[in-house]
Design a protein around this ligand. Structure first.
Ligand code: UDP
Ligand code: MG
Length: 310
């Protein structure tokens, strides 16, 4: 168990997913090491090479030959950011673990602030992006809207504008290792585990080098993992839309009955279409409810996590 008072005698694990980051890999190692050395704590840096097809792995292996605290997990292919982070978390041995992107958009200089919060007793310290340099207006808007939709329909309170840059305690890392669902949304899972959580704020930098490795398709996949993993609202949409159709159907039927002279010849047809449509949507929604139940079982998350036992 963490002992916040023994500030100098803890081990910090850093997990860094890397996919085609050859241009920034060495700079990433340099900056992360500089911060860790200034902090003076024991540490390990776990790079997960997520099937890079450039020289990322070669450079990392070279860096490791000069620093035994570096560890490299080389995945057999590109499994994606969330899977790469998971591979790192599965191997972390520290008292607390920081996950950070390898493109230096998240400044390693924030580490001491994350650790400080952990030492104050927090198990999860999220890092919230205040400014996002070098992001187009549209991408910025897309992120803002997505985080807010998630907050509105999610079953748990996932903080907005928070990505995967965060510190987690050893016990949270152990808990995350138990959650083996395929469509992973780690920021949701890290919130789901509970305990004392807090948020620090930072400015997101531009990439040090290279281009974003998150293609639009990968972004959609991540967003869907968030929506389906933490909200049943999309499944229930059928019932809501069905109710809406029923309401319209009633309005038209009332008009037809109260003011027959005012109604057009198409009104009965519209009522029939709305009625059948509503029936179908409600049935779809009910299937959705059962699907949601099946999903819960399939995910196989533990029913609860014990924080401490006296
Ligand atoms: N990344 C990865 N696998 C992927 C895509 C990205 O490991 O399939 C890594 C990437 O090298 C970087 C981090 O995940 O360290 C975040 O990716 P990126 O910078 O492209 O995302 P963005 O900052 O645009 O959200
Ligand atoms: Mg990035």
């Amino acid at each position: 168990m963490q002992d916040p008072s023994t500030s100098a005698s803890f081990k910090l694990s850093i997990v860094i997913p890397m996919y085609n980051e050859e241009q920034g890999a060495r700079e990433c190692v340099r900056r992360v090491k500089a911060v860790l050395n200034s902090m003076g704590c024991d540490h390990e840096i776990i790079f997960v090479n997520d099937g890079s097809v450039d020289k990322t792995l070669e450079y990392l292996i070279d860096e490791k030959s000069r620093d035994e605290k570096l560890r490299i997990v080389d995945l057999s292919r590109n499994f994606g950011h969330q899977a790469a982070i998971t591979a790192g978390l599965d191997r972390a041995t520290g008292d607390c673990v920081i996950v950070i992107d390898g493109d230096l958009q998240d400044p390693p200089e924030v580490f001491p602030r994350l650790v400080e919060k952990w030492q104050e007793g927090y198990d999860v310290v999220h890092a919230r992006r205040i400014k996002r340099k070098g992001m187009s207006f549209l991408a910025h808007l897309r992120a803002k809207v997505y985080y807010r939709i998630m907050r509105a329909i999610s079953e748990i309170d996932i903080p907005v504008d928070v990505g995967d840059f965060r510190l987690i305690s050893k016990r949270v890392c152990d808990n995350l290792r138990q959650l083996r669902e395929k469509h992973r949304y780690i920021r949701g899972l890290a919130t789901w585990v509970g305990y004392k959580q807090t948020i620090i704020e930072y400015d997101r930098e531009e990439r040090f080098a290279g281009v974003p490795q998150y293609t639009f398709a990968k972004l959609v996949h991540l967003s869907m993992a968030g929506l389906t993993g933490f909200s049943k609202f999309p499944l229930r949409l059928g019932v809501l839309l069905g109710a809406f159709c029923f309401a319209l159907c009633l309005i038209f039927a009332s008009i037809l009955m109260l003011w027959p002279a005012a109604t057009a010849s198409w009104t009965p047809a519209v009522i029939a279409i709305l009625f059948v449509g509503a029936l179908q949507l409600v049935c779809l929604g009910i299937i959705g409810e059962y699907l949601a139940l099946g999903l819960e079982h399939h995910r196989n998350r533990p029913l609860y996590i014990v924080q401490e036992e006296y």
